[in-house]
Structures are given as C-alpha cells and as structure tokens.
Design a binder for this molecule. Structure first.
Ligand code: ZN
Ligand code: ZN
Length: 249
C-alpha cells in the first residue's frame, strides 16, 4: 500500500492543512481518508484526473473532516468524472454529505455527472468493498468518530480520525503495518483527543509497524518543535509526517 499525506494539521492549522491522506491499495483502489476544509485544494494540486479516486472515507462530522466534500464534488464534475464515487462512513453519512452539498451549492447535485454510492459501517463491524476489508472502532471523541482499519491481503492500515484510542480502537491498531493517529496535545489534556504522549505509548505498547502522528494543535509545531521531534525520535517506528510525504508499506 502507499500513503500520501495531503494535510497533517487540525481544523485551524494554516500551515499544515486539515489532516487527510490518500491511500492506494495493492489493487490500485484509491481512498481519500477524510476531506476537511483545506483538502480539495491540496488534492487537486496533486491529482488532475477525475476518475482516479475510488472511495472517500468520512470518520465523523466535524468540518475539518468532511466539509471539503462539496468542493471535491464540484471539481470532479468540472473535470468530467462519470465513474460513481463510493462514500463510506457511519450511519447518517448519506444525509450529511448530500446536505452539505445542498448547502454549499443549492440544486447542484442534479447536475453532477457521476453518482454517489454510500456504504454504511458501524463500530465493531467489518465490510468488504473494492477488494478490501474495512473494520471500524468507536474512539473517545466529542462526536461519534470511527477509527478505520483496512486489510489489503496481508497488509493492514489504521487511521484514527479524531479521538483518544480506547480498548476497541487498540484492538484494531494491534498488528497493523501502518497507523495514522491524531495527537492533539503534548500530553493528555482534553478528554476527547489523543496526545503525542499517548500515541507514543500506544506505539510502544502494541505490536505494529510504523505510526504517524497527525492532527497536532497548530501551536505545538510553532512553540515546541525541538521537544516534539525529540519525543518522536525516541520511538524508532514513530514519525511526524508533513503534507506531501509519500510512503509505501
Ligand atoms: Zn479534527
Ligand atoms: Zn473531531
């Protein structure tokens, strides 16, 4: 699999964009993992082919994770996409996504040159889609947020969306080849977010390949970068990716 980081910041981060990445599976399936405010501009800076995207995953309904969708759809339409787009997420995703599009561009959905295909997944459920197995876990966040594990044959990937990892999420993280985890504060401060410290603890506690720390409070890199880098360096398989980084696993 390959991961391309489109953004690694939280909602208000003007330098690093909203956290989102593009995952390419071994069969060529391309999945956009969350689509916040800043993501479409970043996505179309890299991809200009309308049919390249197969699926969009939405972890939860905070704007920095799904309110980039209307612009994504508008641009795909402009580029002439005709292939249906799979949209995967929790119960209510279809209503939220169609509602967001209607709010941003009233009546535009009728003009779209491609269809949506919605797929619903609940916590502790596994579905098959695009030749991959998708499993979800509820994390500890202020909104219902699903962490997602994708199995691509023997290779496994996990992306947290937002929220602190609980036992359910750790079960999905265990054994993954690549993990992307939100790490909002330096130490656990907010009950509904993880931290750099807790993510690095997970990295040491569980059996896994690499783990990427994203969705850091935008003041952290500005004010505590040397300390942050030192903490991440101390855990050999942890990394602090930047937008534009591409890795295979
Ligand atoms: Zn967020
Ligand atoms: Zn959130």
């Amino acid at each position: 699999m390959e991961i391309f980081f489109l953004g690694v910041g939280e909602a208000c981060d003007t330098a690093h964009g909203n956290s989102s990445s593009l995952l390419t599976a071994s069969n060529g399936t391309r999945i956009l993992l969350d689509c916040g405010f800043s993501v479409p501009h970043q996505y179309f800076r890299t991809v200009d082919q309308p049919e390249e995207l197969d699926c969009v995953w939405i972890s939860h309904f905070h704007g920095d994770h799904f309110l980039g969708l209307p612009l994504l759809f508008l641009r795909l339409w402009q580029l002439g996409r005709t292939k249906p787009l799979h949209i995967v997420g929790q119960k209510g995703t279809e209503q939220k996504v169609r509602g967001a599009l209607e709010l941003a561009y009233p009546t535009f959905e009728k003009k779209l040159s491609f269809d949506f295909e919605f797929h619903q997944i609940q916590a502790q459920e596994t579905i098959s889609l695009a030749g991959l197995r998708w499993s979800a876990a509820l994390t500890q966040h202020s909104q219902y947020n699903l962490g997602l594990r994708i199995e691509d044959g023997p290779v496994t990937f996990y992306c947290s969306g937002d929220g602190r990892a609980n036992a359910q999420a750790k079960e999905l993280i265990q054994g993954c080849d690549f993990v992307v985890h939100e790490s909002f504060s330096m130490v656990d401060t907010y009950p509904y977010h993880g931290s750099v410290t807790s993510t690095l603890q997970i990295a040491e506690e569980l059996d896994m390949g690499r783990i990427a720390l994203v969705h850091l409070d935008h003041t952290l890199r500005r004010t505590q970068l040397p300390q942050l880098e030192e903490m991440v360096r101390a855990v050999p398989h942890a990394l602090l990716p930047a937008a534009g980084h591409r890795l295979t696993f």
